[in-house]
Design a protein around this ligand. Structure first.
Ligand code: GLU
Length: 447
């Protein structure tokens, strides 16, 4: 990471002072500021915009009381950080995970501003969630939690105001309960207020697959820059949630083989290639731990308990579990194991040390705000379909997604070139994402 100049340093110090103890948010801000030196040197008028961009437009924190199956009252904390609406309504997912606190939501909301800008679609940035742990909870408990969560959140939402979607711990089932409660409270069938809906009630084709597919489309664009393709490539994907599963599916469709994936209990190595139907059954239907995959698959498939340490030989890696899962040491192992391309499926899964190792080793590294933008981009396509009361075919929607991912890839490269960092997707994504939001903010006056 480059040194911050004096003005950017001041902005960063203010972020530290105003947001004490929010390590992930600090990390995300520093990562963006580290790319903006050449931008403020060229356009000093952006400096005050950067400062404003680091402060969310609005932050909402609320109590979520609900009753568990045993009749006990449980309390969780709910969050929505409405970070920036210069380009469109606040847009970004909801995360239900025990690690959630305001610092995680701010980091995700901040990243979302630039990611959403890169899609070229009219969406601002926001994020929300709760420290609720869905693991082991019954359907009834999940429903009552979602209803209570929405009973507070609904007043802050609207298709022109703030449009949540899923993230870790929030998938189709949760979006259903949230939408049902919103509709009940408001007495409005406002399809465009949430994305990731079911296909029969306003959802979009490809939304479920979009983040994983998009990350692989991005990696495919990187391969194409050197006349290569996924054909015959080995890949490792961490995680086994929504992003990971559809990354695996697309890599297999493009002729590559995914030989490993993981969850928080451990990872599996399957030299024949991960069996998609089996992993979907275990993770999406039965909601079991990943060891069940190795047991059911048999043969040479092995389960290793503990964190994936990235030493499984591969050409391409798609970290798709969670933030800071891939450390500097992991990165060194991954390079040793043959990794040449890393596309982040999750948000900020690689630590700053890891990114440094990749840069030094000449590994092509695509940051999440570019590589995983396919999910939110398809959410914006869902909003378009809702606004026109239309629904598109799978093929057409997937083709739109592929075109958007190619556009993001090309814009990152062109911007990196323009600012003197050829081939650097981090610099390209940060600057290209930033400039579009900054110009909109400047045009709108002091907002
Ligand atoms: N949670 C996803 C992300 O990190 C998707 C957000 C959305 O579709 O609004 O971008």
């Amino acid at each position: 990471m480059t040194e911050l100049n004096k003005q950017l340093h001041y902005i960063y110090d203010e972020v530290l002072r105003r947001n004490p103890g929010e390590a992930e948010f600090h990390q995300a801000v520093l990562e963006v500021l580290s790319s903006l030196g050449p931008v403020v040197a060229k356009h000093p008028q952006y400096t005050s915009v950067i400062q404003r961009m680091c402060e969310p437009e609005r932050q909402i924190i609320f109590r979520v009381p609900w009753v568990d199956d045993a009749g006990n009252v449980q309390i969780n904390r709910g969050f929505r950080v409405e970070f920036n609406s210069a380009l469109g309504p606040f847009k970004g997912g909801l995360r239900f995970h025990p690690s959630v606190y305001i610092g995680i939501i701010k980091f995700l909301g901040f990243e979302q501003i630039f990611k959403n800008s890169l899609t070229g679609l009219p969406i601002g940035g926001g994020k929300g969630g709760s420290d609720f742990d869905p693991k082991g909870r019954s359907d009834g408990e999940i429903m009552r939690f979602c209803q209570s969560f929405m009973t507070e959140l609904y007043r802050h939402l609207g298709e022109y105001t703030d449009v949540p979607a899923g993230d870790i711990g929030v998938g189709g089932r949760e979006i259903g309960y949230l939408f049902g409660q919103y509709k009940r409270i408001t007495n409005r069938y406002e399809s465009g207020v949430l994305t990731g809906k079911g296909l029969s009630w306003g959802g979009s084709q490809v939304r479920t697959e979009a983040t994983g597919y998009g990350a692989v489309f991005f990696a495919d664009e990187i391969l194409k820059t050197s006349g290569d393709s996924f054909e015959g490539k080995r890949a490792v994907v961490s995680g086994s949630g929504n992003v990971a599963i559809y990354a695996i599916e697309k890599i297999h469709q493009l002729g590559g083989t995914v030989v490993a994936c993981s969850d928080s209990s451990g990872y599996v190595v399957d030299e024949k290639g991960i069996d998609l139907d089996l992993i979907k059954e275990i993770k999406e239907v039965k909601r079991e731990r990943i060891e069940a995959y190795a047991t059911a698959r048999g043969g040479d498939t092995k389960f290793v308990s503990g964190r994936l340490t990235w030493d499984v030989p591969c050409d391409v890696a798609v970290p798709s579990a969670t933030q800071n899962e891939l450390t500097g040491e992991d990165a060194a192992r991954l390079v040793k194991a043959g990794g040449k391309i890393v596309a982040e499926g999750a948000n900020m899964p690689c630590t700053p040390d890891a990114v440094k190792v990749f840069a030094e080793a000449g590994v092509k590294f695509a940051p999440g705000k570019a590589a995983n933008a396919g999910g939110v981009a398809t959410s914006a396509l869902e909003m378009q379909q809702n606004a026109s009361r239309d629904s598109w075919s799978f093929e057409y929607t997937e083709q739109r997604l592929a075109t958007i991912m190619r556009g993001i890839h090309d814009r990152c490269l062109a911007t990196a070139d323009e600012y003197g960092a050829p081939g650097n997707y981090v610099v390209g994504a940060n600057i290209a994402g930033f400039i579009q939001v900054a110009d909109a903010m400047l045009a709108m006056g002091v907002i």
